[in-house]
Ligand binder design. Structure first.
Ligand code: R5P
Length: 301
């Protein structure tokens, strides 16, 4: 008898399939539909009673829909007497609002953590949260994985040169520090001030003259941060300029802006489904082996 059942929400079935293939499982059957008014309707077509249930759902692209779909799926599993519910959320949306930095604003990261727990999550697996402290918003175990190691491996495959790691903002220092340790190299910082949703002002702290730089960030949304950081590095005399982000949201004309910038290449993982984007600047690395390796010891056949 199998004790674990894996299901994919509708946000990124290709990643869910890759993960279960690596684990030697198959995806459980389920019905995902919407009523004509947009209301979500689901049905698990597997018996989950007393089983460890895993849902894979990324919250990019259409976060409100995918979050609601995940909550409803979990409710279905809970009501069918699942023994435990692990949610694998490669990209956890709403994490950028993680503190009350001005009057009248919400803390959406905490709200989402509460919703996931209320719907029945017993464990959460996430990749590169916007801020580590979001882990503490959950009262249940959180497995927080990082993407720098696989970027280091991918970079070494195409270049044996030395690279300096650049953090495009102060908030990204931890990611940059981990990356620089993996590459055994130095780290340079940019002090970024956001002027509007689309505009940032930047000051480089450190030296990139004549050096290859790898600008690393948790996510790329409009591309504004990466492009501005790349142009600043160029202006300061950097040689080759590469980028790396865990989550490629690539909204609006982000890819066009990146293609037109000084960034020669941008590594991104598949925490977000970017299969519809065709661009030679993107170098995709799969996060599935990291997820599968982590889950391997967590379930029983
Ligand atoms: C900000 O704190 C994040 O780490 C990213 O730098 C930011 O969200 C990227 O957004 P965009 O691509 O729109 O500049």
């Amino acid at each position: 008898m199998t004790h674990s059942v894996f299901f994919s929400g509708s946000s990124h079935p290709a990643l869910a399939q890759e993960v279960v293939n690596l684990l030697g499982f198959s995806l459980g059957s389920l019905k995902l539909e919407t009523f004509p008014d947009g209301e979500i309707r689901v049905q698990l077509l597997e018996d989950v009673r007393d089983k460890e249930v895993f849902f894979v759902q990324s919250l990019a692209d259409n976060p409100n829909f995918y979050l609601m779909e995940l909550l409803i799926l979990m409710d279905a599993a809970k009501r069918a007497l699942a023994k435990s519910i692990t949610v694998v959320i490669p990209y956890l949306a709403y994490c950028r609002q993680d503190r009350k930095d001005k009057p009248g604003v919400p803390i959406t990261a905490k709200l989402v953590a509460n919703l996931l727990q209320a719907a029945g999550a017993s464990h959460v697996l996430v990749i590169d949260l916007h801020a580590d402290q979001v882990e503490g918003f959950f009262e249940i175990p959180v497995e927080h994985l990082h993407f720098e190691k696989i970027i280091g491996e991918a970079l070494r495959k195409i270049s044996s040169e030395k690279w300096v790691v650049v953090s495009p903002d102060i908030g990204g220092v931890k990611i940059a520090r981990r990356m620089s340790k993996i590459l055994a190299t130095e780290m340079v910082l940019i002090n970024k001030e956001r002027l509007s949703s689309f505009e940032v002002s930047m000051v480089l702290i450190g030296d990139v003259k004549g050096k290859n730089v790898l600008i690393i960030d948790d996510l790329c949304s409009t591309g504004g941060t990466l492009v501005a950081a790349a142009e600043l590095c160029k202006k300061k005399g950097a040689k080759k300029i590469f980028g790396a982000v865990a989550h490629g949201l690539f909204v609006q004309d982000a890819i066009k802006k990146i293609e037109a910038s000084s960034l020669e290449l941008l590594f991104t993982t598949n925490t977000v489904d970017t299969s519809h984007i065709h661009s030679s600047v993107l170098q995709r690395v799969s996060i599935a082996p990291l997820i599968a390796e982590t889950l391997k010891n967590r379930f029983r056949r």
